[in-house]
Design a protein around this ligand. Structure first.
Ligand code: ADP
Length: 232
């Protein structure tokens, strides 16, 4: 087990170093050039470079902020209301939902599950956000949130009628920093982080590829037993 953990740390460190080295190299070139542009009085170009530098720094900040969520393991034992988490996630994605003609189907119960409330919201924002991205070119976007109880766990299926996932992409979905989104749009950490948060509480995150098209992510989380739910 120890050897497995060390191997995982090695793999993760390589990916992180790679992801941070790219913007660092770009920052080095850009700042060097900016000094020269300033010396020559080419203020417009210098200012454009500084804007790019800001964007790169923001991206590095987003990467380290996401990585911090992997490390925080203190609140693994919380309880969350599924209904509240879905509402909070939809509110967070509000502006994106308003600009689409999304038809939302809610077919789940407001159960209590064993996970920190904010973490559940974080997972749902990732899954629903990905679904919205996949449905961008879909003239009649539809999202299904379907729940069922299976063996003491609550299973929430987040299903979309987006472009689906091709065979090659399917192999890499849960790898850190894997993304098919262009430019600044994807960090490739959403699914890795969501799966890790679910696993930390004894749940899991899987994926299905419905024959009818689109994609379904299946989040399974331990239910809070009635005994635990009642104040003693
Ligand atoms: P990011 O969203 O930053 O790309 P994720 O880890 O959340 O990172 O997702 C990784 C990749 O998985 C996405 O770039 C996309 O190719 C694919 N993906 C995730 N969710 C969906 C979905 N609902 N439909 C189609 N592709 C998806």
């Amino acid at each position: 087990m120890q050897a497995g953990k060390l191997a995982a740390i090695g793999q993760m460190s390589t990916s992180i170093a790679h992801e941070l080295n790219q913007p660092l190299a770009a920052l080095r070139t850009l700042s060097g050039n900016t000094v020269r542009f300033l010396e020559r009085g080419a203020l417009d170009t210098a200012s454009a470079n500084l804007k790019t530098i800001n964007e790169l720094i923001d991206r590095m900040g987003r990467i380290t902020a996401s990585l911090r969520s992997f490390a925080r393991r203190g609140d693994d034992l919380g309880q969350a209301s599924l209904g509240k988490a879905v509402d909070a996630a939809l509110q967070l994605l509000g502006s994106r939902l308003e600009s689409s003609e999304l038809q939302l189907h809610r077919d789940f119960s407001d159960v209590q599950v064993q996970i920190d409330q904010t973490r559940l919201e974080q997972i749902l924002v990732n899954l629903i956000g990905n679904a919205l991205d996949a449905m961008q070119a879909q003239p009649q976007p539809e999202l299904w949130l379907e729940g069922e109880t299976v063996d003491g766990k609550y299973r929430l299926r987040v299903r979309d009628n987006g472009h689906g996932i091709d065979a090659e992409t399917r192999k890499h979905l849960f790898e850190p920093f894997f993304t098919t989104k262009p430019g600044e749009q994807g960090l490739g950490l959403g699914l890795t982080l969501s799966a890790s948060l679910a696993a930390a509480t004894g749940g899991n995150l899987g994926v299905e590829h419905p024959a009818s098209g689109g994609t379904a992510f299946v989040l399974s989380l331990p239910l809070v037993s009635p005994l635990q739910a009642e104040p003693i």
